[in-house]
Design a protein around this ligand. Sequence first.
Ligand SMILES: [Cu+2]
Length: 285
Amino acid sequence: MKTLKYIFPILFSIFFIACSNDDDDATIIPPNTDDSVEHLMLATTITNDTHEIEVYTEDGKIHQGYTEFTFRLKDIATETYISDVDFSWTPVMQMPSMQHSCPTSSITKVADSKALYTAYAIFQMTGENGMGWTLNFEYTTGGETFDASKEINVKAATKKNVSVFMGSNGTKYILGLIPAKSEIGINDLTLSLHKMTSMMQFDVIEDHSITLDPRMPAMGNHSSTNNVNPVFDAASKLYKGKVSLTMTGYWTLNFTVSDADDTLIAGNEITEDTPESSVMLEIEF
Ligand SMILES: [Cu+2]
């Protein structure tokens, strides 16, 4: 029976290679071949005595603000990737007098993959030269629990892509911009909104409302029409709206945030005297 385990993948591989020769456009990876990480770059590896965690991102860097990760766990002795891992993780930033975490998603298996896992983190700040953050993993596989951690480098953002603000209700919030390629016209706008429940716990906010007012400070602080205020999307647990960018250049995205009772808790309207909201993110394209 043991040899069947190896013969089947080989047979399937031959079958799919044969198929893909007939169709040059075929890019679908069959689930029983090896997972492809070709569209990703290795950011770092984190090892303990038994395993190596491969940490991938889109460009091999870990960015201040939103970073999407792909993880893969390798058994060092057998050099094989493990497909049944129950991961949990906590990024921690060491500050001079205290430490804190950041908003994260839980780590889930990539659909149709054999051993790829994905999650995002929103690094609300970074130390000098990107120092200060450590990725801490605790994971269970084969009934055994392991941990692994390593210091990482978080590249500072050149534009403000995350806003940390105190609501009038005394709650601290983190608003993150999910990166997307901007173009002239109506663009999808996706935001994350978390509250800081404790130094180590950040919870998704589902019931707040957000208004958007994009402005171009270099051009009389003009706005644009046809923007759509971001609303909470239960599937992604993110806020989704539309931003109208009528020309290239530097834009401020000015927000107000109201709670479930429609009470304004942060941000302000834009006026002649107040050209910017206290809850603001930036786009330049
Ligand atoms: Cu910090």
